[in-house]
Design a binder for this molecule. Structure first.
Ligand code: NAD
Ligand code: DAU
Length: 347
């Protein structure tokens, strides 16, 4: 079986590539990635020499190249993670999100459809999406697979659009697909523009911790390896033309999470408890900021037997330890363009 994983040099993608390369020595795993600011082959150093792994540098918005690669390699399955993924960047440059997340997904769908020309037996197009397509919750309730789409940011609107196209290709052309919508991930190799690695990096460099608004926004956090395990399960056992929600059963208000992170960082750095908390600064809110996300993951739990294997306490500890022992990785990804981004976003 030849499996194309897009966005495999990014945060979640690299964990999925590693899992598949190691678990399935008889499958050929192709990692297609444009290596944008968020893509980093350092994330896959430990598997790059494996005989069942290949890297293809390509941009999913480049229709001709994508068609050519599908004709050459004849991928049996696609696990599509490549995306522009950061909400703040979508607010400053929405078009980049439409290009990659919508047009890029369409290019992959077309290439897959044209390659197999309705002979879809044993084939699968697996689209990785987000809980943000459902919009925002109030103080109560959970997102289920039947919650209607109500995206509020250009990022979530572009992801919602791509989800709709995948579903429409299933209905119109019989393309075999499955979609998962996951909550906030955290863990090793996450680019330090997202809350947890950004704040770990800032605590290490004694910079302020910019909490948006009053910090009373809630997210449902899942350890990235547990997301990768769920993806493997859905890839193998998920029903065709179905959607599965994936979440951590783990809601935190941002401000509480940040205080917990500060406490753990103080302990790790041998600092007095309360030292890092002094870095917290309340800054201008994110426009269109969704109040609360929380996933009802009972469908994947009941149908496929998935649940998170790691508690938040364990996951956060692994994550902090990883960033503290990989300061070189952090230094590399925060040099150059990152500095300009940071200036613009937080000045
Ligand atoms: P990321 O930003 O860390 O990685 C994205 C990867 O896609 C990078 O390697 C980048 O180089 C690549 N890429 C971007 N544009 C490309 C293009 N035009 N062509 C080819 N490659 C391109 O993202 P992530 O956080 O790992 O998210 C992966 C997927 O999971 C995304 O689809 C995202 O919407 C979804 N998701 C993320 C989370 C989360 O908490 N991070 C939660 C749910 C769903
Ligand atoms: O829910 C899944 C989504 O989670 C994914 O689809 C996205 O790709 C991923 O980026 C993430 O989106 P969020 O916007 O929830 O994640 P982020 O880490 O950017 O922010 C988490 C919360 O922290 C959010 O309420 C905004 C807040 N925040 C974030 C940053 C970067 C701050 O208060 N300050 C910050 O500097």
């Amino acid at each position: 079986m030849k499996i194309l994983i897009t966005g495999g040099a990014g945060f979640i993608g690299s964990h999925v590539v590693r899992l598949f390369v190691k678990k399935y020595p008889n499958y050929q795993i192709y990692n297609l990635d444009a290596l944008t600011y968020a893509g980093n082959l350092e994330n896959l150093k430990d598997v790059e020499d494996e005989p069942n792994y290949s890297f293809l540098k390509a941009d999913i918005t480049d229709e001709e190249t994508i068609n050519g690669l599908f004709k050459t390699y004849k991928f049996d399955a696609v696990i599509h993670l490549a995306a522009e993924s950061h909400v703040d960047r979508s607010i400053t440059d929405p078009l980049a999100f439409v290009k990659t997340n919508v047009i890029g997904t369409l290019n992959l769908l077309n290439a897959f459809k044209n390659l197999w020309n309705e002979n879809f037996k044993g084939k699968r197009f697996y689209h990785i999406s987000t809980d943000e397509v459902y919009g925002t919750l109030g103080e109560t309730g959970l997102f289920t697979e039947t919650t209607s789409y109500d995206p509020n940011s250009p990022y979530s609107a572009s992801k919602a659009s791509s989800d709709h196209f995948v579903r429409a290709y299933g209905e119109t052309y019989g393309l075999p697909y499955v979609i998962t919508n996951c909550s906030n991930n955290y863990g090793q190799n996450q680019f330090p523009e997202k809350l947890i690695p950004l704040f770990i990096n800032n605590i290490i460099s004694k910079k302020s911790l910019p909490v948006y608004g009053d910090g009373n926004y809630t997210r449902d956090w899942l350890y990235v390896v547990d997301h990768a395990l769920a993806i493997d399960l859905v890839f193998r056992k998920g029903k065709n033309a179905e959607t599965y929600n994936i979440g951590g059963f783990n809601e935190w208000k941002n401000i509480d999470l940040v205080k917990e992170l500060c406490k753990q960082m103080d302990a790790k750095l041998g600092q007095l408890e309360g030292t890092s908390e002094q870095l917290i600064t309340f800054v201008k809110d994110r426009p269109g900021h969704d109040l609360r996300y929380a996933i009802d993951a009972s469908k994947i739990n009941k149908e496929l037997g998935w649940s998170p294997s790691v508690t938040f306490e364990e996951g956060l500890k692994i994550t902090i330890d990883w960033y503290l022992s990989n300061t070189e990785w952090l230094k590399n990804v925060t040099s150059g363009a990152y500095q300009n981004y940071y200036e613009k976003q937080y000045s």
